[in-house]
Design a protein around this ligand. Structure first.
Ligand code: PLP
Length: 278
C-alpha cells in the first residue's frame, strides 16, 4: 500500500525522512488514528479537531483543512476500502539542524496512510491487565509521537502476559498505555476528567454520549487505586480497542479485581456497534 509523504503518494520503500527531522530526533510531532468502519469514516471531524488542538498546543503551523480529503483518499486507494480500517497520520515539526529551541522557518511534514484493523468480535475479547505508576510527562492531552513512557508501559504488560497496563498517578488511575479507562460502581460510570493527565479520547466522548442516551449516570472523576475492591465492571476504550471488558487487574503480582463482562459494558457495546456499524 502507498503512503502519503512529501505531498505525494509513494510506496513506503520510496519514502525517506531526513536524519535531522525533529520527529526523529526529539519525537517533536503529533499523530492521529481515525477509524473507518466498512469503508466509512467515524467521528472524522472530531479526529481532525484533535489534530488541530495538538498542533496549536505545540505551536506547529499546519493547514488541517487538507486532512479529511486525504484520509478518505487513503482508504479509497487501498485494497481494503470496504473493510474495517484506520488512517494513521503524523505531522512532524520538520527538518532543521539539531537544537533544543525551535528554529525559524522550519517546514512541517505530513505522513499519512491507511491500514487494516481487525475489530471483529471485540465485545468478547477479555482484557487481562496490570497496573503501574504513570511515568509520563504532564501534557498527556497532546497526542505526541514521543510515546516512550507509553510503549515501555505497554511492553511491561505484554512481556508479562497481560493485555494492557493501566497507569496511576498519586494513587489515582489516569488511563491505559493506549486506552481510556472506565469503572462502574453501583451502576455509575467513572472516568478521568479531561485535562493534562489524559488524552481526550474520541471513543471516550462517544461512550459518554451513549451513557447519556441510555440514562446511565456518569462521574468524570479520577478513580482511586484503593477503590478497586468496590468496582463492579471495568472497560477500556480506544479507536482500535473499541469497548473492551477487563477480566482482571493485577498490581505488583497481586490480583485486585476480577469479573466477568458486566451489564453496563454489554449495553454500551451493543449501542456502540449500532452507532458505528449502522
Ligand atoms: N489514551 C491514550 C494514551 C491513547 O493512546 C489512546 C489512543 O488510542 C486513547 C486514550 C484512546 O483515544 P481514542 O478513543 O481517541 O482512540
Amino acid at each position: 500500500e502507498e503512503v502519503y509523504w512529501n505531498d505525494t503518494w509513494v510506496r513506503p520503500e520510496e519514502a525517506f525522512v531526513s536524519v535531522f527531522d525533529r520527529s526523529f530526533m526529539f519525537g517533536d510531532g503529533i499523530y492521529e488514528v481515525t477509524p473507518f468502519y466498512a469503508g466509512k469514516p467515524f467521528m472524522l471531524k472530531e479526529h481532525v479537531a484533535r489534530v488541530k488542538y495538538c498542533l496549536q498546543e505545540m505551536n506547529i503551523v499546519f493547514d488541517t483543512s487538507i486532512l479529511e480529503d486525504l484520509m478518505l483518499e487513503a482508504v479509497n486507494r487501498s485494497s481494503f476500502s470496504e473493510e474495517d480500517a484506520a488512517v494513521y497520520l503524523q505531522i512532524s515539526r520538520g527538518t532543521a539542524p539539531r537544537s533544543h529551541f525551535i528554529p525559524e522557518k522550519v517546514q512541517p511534514s505530513l505522513l499519512l496512510y491507511a491500514f487494516k484493523v481487525d475489530l471483529a468480535n471485540f465485545e468478547n475479547r477479555y482484557w487481562k491487565v496490570m497496573a503501574s505508576e504513570d511515568l509520563r510527562w504532564h501534557r498527556c492531552d497532546i497526542k505526541s509521537t514521543a510515546l516512550l513512557a507509553n510503549t515501555l508501559a505497554n511492553e511491561a504488560a505484554i512481556s508479562a502476559g497481560y493485555d494492557e497496563n493501566l497507569l496511576f498517578r498519586n494513587g489515582f488511575f489516569t488511563e491505559g498505555s493506549h486506552t481510556t479507562i472506565f469503572f462502574v460502581v453501583e451502576g455509575t460510570v467513572y472516568t478521568h476528567p479531561e485535562g493534562r493527565q489524559i488524552l481526550s479520547g474520541i471513543t471516550r466522548k462517544v461512550v459518554l454520549d451513549l451513557c447519556q442516551q441510555l440514562s446511565i449516570p456518569v462521574k468524570e472523576e479520577a478513580f482511586p487505586v484503593d477503590g478497586l475492591a468496590s468496582v463492579e465492571e471495568i472497560f477500556l476504550t480506544g479507536t482500535t480497542t473499541q469497548i473492551a471488558p477487563v477480566s482482571s487487574v493485577t498490581i505488583d503480582g497481586k490480583g485486585l479485581f476480577s469479573a466477568q463482562k458486566g451489564k453496563i459494558t454489554t449495553r454500551l457495546q451493543e449501542e456502540f456497534l449500532r452507532r458505528t456499524r449502522g
